[in-house]
Design a protein around this ligand. Structure first.
Ligand SMILES: Cc1cc2nc3c(=O)[nH]c(=O)nc-3n(C[C@H](O)[C@H](O)[C@H](O)COP(=O)(O)OP(=O)(O)OC[C@H]3O[C@@H](n4cnc5c(N)ncnc54)[C@H](O)[C@@H]3O)c2cc1C
Length: 502
């Protein structure tokens, strides 16, 4: 009998899937049969470099979070992706010296913003165990959520401040302003984590999250360049686009001798010895929710439980091109926006509700005519449904309210083109990145990463082991939500198979 080569099918051509494919192919070449099936019509997944108004922009992953020790920084350097002739998003790094403006057009001085910014930073540093001594903190947190801990910290601070002289600014009392500046920082934190509400973010997990040290940078030649580099090692035909998997049947006996069969949306099938599933946590949640049967037989309850407990949120980016007739002092500023809360009677009805939990709007680099804002949670989803005109109108009215007219010429339509991402409603992503939700823990990420069956040993015999392996950012318990987390998870599962075949 001629022995067949093991067939490995990787579901998803994002960072995790292509890293796994690259590792497997470069390690053993054609001694494994390797296929990457991708449901979309492009590779990269949540990495998607595009062009807007002549500038290179990122619709998904944007930053290399810390360059020291980052494998992606190394790839970008080795492949000349750290230089470019074309302007690119955040090529000056993070813009400095924001203009912080409160609703009604009140320019806030550093003396009213900085103490709250420091308070917020100290509270986050405490949660993330970055402070040297716990005494430096106002309150201690045990089994709290991040949101409730932050709110306790703010309440304690306001209590201490209440005896001090209070000066109001326009319709703002000092206290309401302090609360709103704090809320602006909460909104920024929501974007880092993708959680709609920080009260759904687990307190204890924060200290385990790891970022590489060193600068945070964007990729001059485009993040997709790293993806293209990983894919370039694979022979033609390995990556199959527009192959959406609907169902994964496993633990089979008989079918060509291979224990897994994939069913595609075009009703074709493919058998495999090993399948590496790299779809997002959002796709896994949808595929394992009641009434869905992405896995047949269904996943064991411990894994299904981990999938349902872990958090996965929506973050979207909005790029706006400034109207050629718009002129401002030194271009458009790095604008930090401070709004009255949604239930306040003082809020201006011209500012749309969906903007109120967004914290900044800034040029993508100094003097660029393209400005960018990030949206998170419910508002990010709402944004996906708006028309371009509604977005342009909403931002234009907000800028008219916020920016004192001495900073720019007053034209009603400040933008003439918009590009917004739609990660939440895209069926291949159903959101942006994962977080450890209150009620889950990083152990759930380990559970999610466990292969099925792990061993072909006594209990599970005669099932062949490692039929379904799991990679993707949500399976990495210290680097989840990032591109390098996805990269490490792809390597981990490729190495697992390489070790299995010795
Ligand atoms: C707006 C935004 C900003 C971000 N910013 C950063 C950042 O600054 N820095 C950072 O490190 N990370 C950032 N991230 C996160 C980062 O992009 C992801 O963590 C990483 O790219 C995930 O890679 P992955 O391989 O795990 O998943 P994915 O990229 O989602 O890859 C999975 C692939 O599976 C495919 N797929 C899904 N379902 C099926 C199916 N049924 N059949 C076949 N194929 C399927 C998808 O099309 C996709 O290509 C950001 C993400 C977003 C959305």
């Amino acid at each position: 009998m001629v022995s067949k080569k093991p067939r490995v099918v990787i579901i998803g051509a994002g960072m995790a899937g292509l890293t796994a494919a690259n590792k497997l192919y470069t390690a053993v070449g054609a001694s494994l049969e390797l296929v990457v099936v991708e449901g979309g019509s492009r590779i990269g997944g949540r990495i998607s470099t595009a062009e807007f108004s002549g500038d290179r922009i990122e619709q998904g992953a944007t930053w290399i979070h810390g360059i020291d020790g980052s494998p992606l920084y190394k790839i970008a350097g080795d492949t000349n992706l750290l230089i470019s002739d074309q302007p690119w998003e955040c090529m000056d790094g993070t813009l400095e010296d924001p203009l912080t403006v409160a609703e009604g057009g009140h320019l806030l001085t550093p003396s009213s913003v900085d103490p709250i910014s420091r308070l917020f930073k100290n509270l986050m540093d405490f949660i993330q165990c970055k402070l040297e001594t716990a005494e430096q903190c106002l309150v201690s947190g045990d089994d709290l959520s991040v949101g409730s801990f932050l709110r306790r910290g703010l309440a304690a601070y306001l209590e201490l401040e209440k005896e001090k002289n209070a000066t109001s600014v326009g319709s703002w009392s000092k206290r309401s302003l302090q609360q709103a500046v704090f809320a602006m920082h909460e909104s920024i934190q929501r974007t880092y984590t993708s959680a709609h509400d920080l009260s759904s973010l687990d307190y204890n997990a924060e200290k385990d999250y790891v970022l590489f040290p060193g600068d945070e940078i964007t990729v001059a030649g485009g993040y997709s360049g790293i993806i293209n580099h990983l894919a370039s090692a694979l022979p033609a035909g390995v990556i199959q686009l527009d192959r959406k998997v609907e169902k994964i049947e496993w633990a089979l006996s008989g079918c060509e001798g291979r224990p897994v069969v994939l069913h595609f949306s075009d009703e074709t099938t493919m058998s495999a010895d090993h399948v590496i599933v790299t779809v997002s946590l959002g796709v896994l949640k949808a595929g394992t929710s009641e009434g869905s049967n992405m896995f047949q037989p269904p996943l064991p309850s411990c894994k299904a439980g981990a999938i349902s407990r872990l958090g996965y949120g929506v973050v979207n980016k909005v790029f706006l091109q400034l109207n050629p007739n718009y002129r401002g002092d030194d271009g458009f500023p790095f604008l930090q926006m401070v709004f009255h809360p949604s239930d306040s009677e003082l809020r201006n009805p011209k500012i749309p509700q969906w903007i109120r939990r967004t914290s900044f709007l800034c040029p993508i680099y100094n003097n660029s005519r393209v400005v960018l804002s990030w949206f998170t949670g419910q508002e990010a989803l709402e944004l996906e449904k708006l028309t371009d005109d509604e977005i342009i109108g909403g931002f234009s009215r907000t800028i008219s309210n916020l920016l004192p007219s001495k900073h720019h010429n007053e034209i009603s339509q400040k933008f003439n083109k918009v590009l917004r991402t739609q990660w939440g409603s895209s069926p291949l992503f159903l959101g942006s990145y994962s977080y450890v939700a209150a009620g889950s823990s990083i152990d759930d990420m380990d559970t999610l990463a466990e292969p099925l069956p792990k061993y072909g040993g006594v209990d599970l015999a005669p099932l062949p082991p490692l039929q379904i392996l799991f990679a993707g950012e949500a399976t990495h318990k210290t680097h989840y939500s990032t591109t390098h987390g996805a990269y490490f998870s792809g390597l981990r599962e490729a190495n697992r198979l390489l070790k299995h075949y010795n």
